[in-house]
Design a protein around this ligand. Structure first.
Ligand code: PLP
Length: 480
């Protein structure tokens, strides 16, 4: 056991004892969560395993500190240490991504997107309106001018990728606030290939003339050409916002460079910090200088007090991502996704777009006679954690779905390589091939229930355990 892992073991051992002295059931659930994560194949594309350093940073007294405002300009007293933390996290983010400006306060990806939307609205709608009216800020406006500005702010257009072709619900999905605060339209993918069709997108943008063009995805298994996206945005006068929540680790690790790196092309880039970037749960906004002042007003515009303990953990994770090893990790994420995709294709499965060139694979499970929900549940019973996901033009909707989405970031963190990911594909195909759709209580076809063949769960768990034991999660971390 290395020094660091023995320190980590005693840190967690003692922390759990302190927690157990107050609420033992939480200590027990925390232990159980580690055991469960250690013993299952985690293939959820949006999850990862943050390092003990990142996790430990979140459990401190920074959690108790209020620090509304920005570095050196707080609405609360005694924020000197939070200033250190926030300035360092932002510096690491700027250096890592080569971004002129970084805002590290958003609590999550959704918060980051809200900050971005409102900063774009402030920059492009509110500020010009105030200038025209000769007012310094909205408090100086008459009731009538304020009402007309509010109407103007609520009357803008956003074009984003549709949910069923891989976009995120914050990209203009009607039930989400983004679909309510903007007039929204959605672009999709080519029905034949499943790939983004930039000409169709450009035609839609010319017709719709959005204020905001959103690029980025949650379930599109391909790279995006952000230089082309910027050309389209410029042609129609839109602000290009890229949500790189899913693939930030591949940008940080220089797997996505040139036209595939959103930072030099987008006006504003948002991200989560906990997916492929392998940091704490949280969000960030990066931007060109032009938008910096507006984004800096994320609090009070959209946010309240920042989570100082999480900003500290962001600084630690970003410092990790600046190390050369992170580039090796990011490349392995992409290589492993290729192996996983090839593993499915050679065993006859159908993949949306026919493959991948990022960190995720979207399997159409209808060819196995299953819904996504049945496939997800059957796999879970066999110790394989995936999530069901819509595929383009999904006949089963967003609840039952026809797909499962798989990502490589988490198991790559555990050290899985080509041999293991090929085996993962084999195990999943075995489970899906040996699962039958079930029936409802009334005897009709069910979209949820399933029957897993005898012995399939046991043989999958045994084969997984062999790989998981060779690649332990948090090696050396032992709890008595
Ligand atoms: N943006 C994208 C593309 C995402 O995939 C997600 C989460 O899945 C989010 C934003 C929202 O992130 P969070 O869950 O941290 O709010």
């Amino acid at each position: 056991m290395s020094d660091l892992s023995s320190l980590t073991s005693s840190a967690y051992q003692q922390a759990l004892e302190v927690i157990a002295s107050v609420e033992p059931r939480i200590a027990e659930a925390t232990r159980q969560e580690l055991a469960d994560q250690r013993s299952s194949l985690k293939l959820i594309a949006s999850e990862n395993y943050a390092s003990p350093a990142v996790l430990l940073t979140m459990g401190t007294w920074f959690s108790d500190k209020y620090a509304e405002g920005t570095v050196g300009h707080r609405f609360y007293a005694a924020c000197q240490n939070v200033d250190t933390v926030e300035a360092l996290a932002a510096e690491h983010a700027r250096e890592l991504f080569g971004a002129p400006y970084a805002y590290v306060q958003p609590h999550s990806g959704i918060d980051a997107n809200l900050v971005a939307f409102w900063s774009i609205l402030a920059h492009r709608v509110e500020t010009p309106a105030l200038e025209k009216l000769g007012a310094k800020n909205v408090n100086e406006l008459s009731e009538a001018d304020w009402e007309s500005l509010r109407a103007e702010l609520g009357n803008q257009r956003l074009l984003g990728m549709s949910l069923d072709t891989g976009g995120h619900l914050t990209h203009g999905f009607r039930p989400n606030i983004s679909g309510k605060m903007f007039h929204q339209q959605q672009y999709g993918t080519d029905p034949e290939t499943g790939l983004l069709d930039y000409d169709a997108l450009a035609a839609k943008a010319r017709e719709f003339r959005p204020l905001v063009l959103v690029a980025g995805y949650s379930a599109y298994p391909r790279r995006v050409n952000f230089a082309k996206m910027r050309e389209i945005a410029d042609e129609v006068g839109a602000t290009l916002m890229v949500d790189m929540a899913h693939f930030a680790g591949l940008v940080a690790g220089k797997v996505f460079t040139g036209d595939e790196d959103p930072i030099p092309h987008a006006h504003v880039v948002t991200t989560t910090t906990h997916k492929s970037l392998r940091g704490p749960r949280g969000g960030m906004v990066l931007s060109q200088e032009e938008f910096a002042a507006d984004i800096d007003r994320g609090c009070p515009m959209v946010l309240g007090g920042p989570l100082s303990h999480v900003m500290a953990a962001k600084a630690v994770a970003l410092a990790e991502a600046r190390k050369p090893e992170f580039r090796t990790y990011a490349q392995a994420i992409a290589d492993n996704a290729q192996t996983l995709a090839e593993g499915f294709l050679k065993r006859g499965a159908r993949l949306v777009t026919g493959g991948t060139d990022n960190h995720l694979v979207l399997v159409d499970v209808s060819t196995f006679g299953l819904t996504g929900r049945q496939a997800e549940s059957a796999l879970l019973e066999a110790g394989v954690v995936t999530n069901r996901n819509s595929i383009p033009a999904d006949p089963n909707g967003a609840w039952y779905t026809s797909g499962i989405r798989l990502g490589t970031p988490a198991l790559t963190t555990r050290g899985f390589g080509a041999t293991e990911f090929d085996k993962v594909a084999e195990l999943i195909v075995d489970v899906l091939s040996n699962t039958q759709a079930g029936t409802t209580k009334a005897g009709g076809p069910s979209k949820a229930s399933f029957v897993l063949g005898d012995g399939v769960a046991e043989r999958t768990r045994a084969a997984s355990a062999e790989m998981l034991d060779k690649h332990p999660l948090y090696p050396g971390l032992e709890l008595s």
